[in-house]
Design a protein around this ligand. Structure first.
Ligand SMILES: [Ca+2]
Ligand SMILES: [Ca+2]
Ligand SMILES: [Ca+2]
Length: 229
């Protein structure tokens, strides 16, 4: 994954999710340091903030604990020091594990995972890790095949929409000023679907095409829903 936001000094020191309306259970300080974000070590450089949720084995819609975390370029999700495994102040037990991102569709394990005080690995990049729902992840082929989150939910409402009410395309145009489609702006914005640090509506590397691509590529009225209960 690219580290453009970090390399351009755009990543915030505090988790961005409370400001987007997400409520952490029980609460979350979500604060890292400038030195963590300054770490340019290729594989472990920080890409962005994510949310990790533990959900009830009896009711996968119920979040029992959630916290913010940092995502490394090689896909590891780590704590506020940018390296250590993420921990939850919870009793040993089985929980559904979900990961969410501010402009990608979240995913969750298909079954509860047994967690203890020792670190456990949940590898959402592997197709052998089954996920809740249908087509929850995007399969990427080529030189670096992997399972990934669907990008383009710039409105952070759990659905990719290209057209119609509540679509994810109009906010991109609005963010760059609302009238001149060739404008662009730099910064840490949810509308930056490809996370290169620049919001673009048209032209090369625009943030609009990924939305259309990820709903199928041809029928603009299609939608794609996050597979979280
Ligand atoms: Ca790593
Ligand atoms: Ca959306
Ligand atoms: Ca962009």
């Amino acid at each position: 994954m690219r580290e453009s936001l970090r390399a351009s000094g755009l990543l915030p020191l505090s988790q961005p999710y409370s400001a987007l309306g997400y409520t952490f259970t029980p609460g979350d300080t979500g604060l890292t340091s400038a030195s963590v974000l300054a770490n340019a070590h290729a594989a472990d450089a920080i890409v962005d903030w994510v949310i990790v949720e533990l959900r009830s084995a009896a009711n996968p819609a119920a979040v029992v604990c959630s916290r913010s975390a940092l995502l490394q370029r090689d896909g590891d999700v780590v704590g506020m020091d940018g390296q250590a495994p993420l921990y939850f102040k919870m009793a040993d037990g089985s929980y559904y594990v979900a990961i969410r991102h501010r402009n990608h569709l979240g995913v969750m394990t298909a079954v509860p995972v047994a967690l203890t005080a020792l670190p456990s690995i949940v590898d959402f990049t592997s197709s052998s890790t089954t996920t809740f729902g249908t087509d929850a992840r995007k399969s990427i082929s080529g030189a670096f095949p992997t399972e990934a989150l669907w990008s383009g939910d710039v409105s952070f409402d759990g659905t990719l929409r290209y057209t119609g009410e509540g679509n994810d395309r109009d906010p991109i145009l609005l963010e760059i000023g609302g009238s001149v489609p060739t404008n662009s702006i730099t910064g840490y914005h949810g509308m930056d679907a490809d996370m290169n640090g620049v919001v673009r509506y048209t032209g090369q590397d625009n943030d609009r095409d990924p939305i259309l691509l990820n709903i199928g590529g041809s029928v603009p009225t299609n939608t794609r829903n996050e597979q979280l209960p």
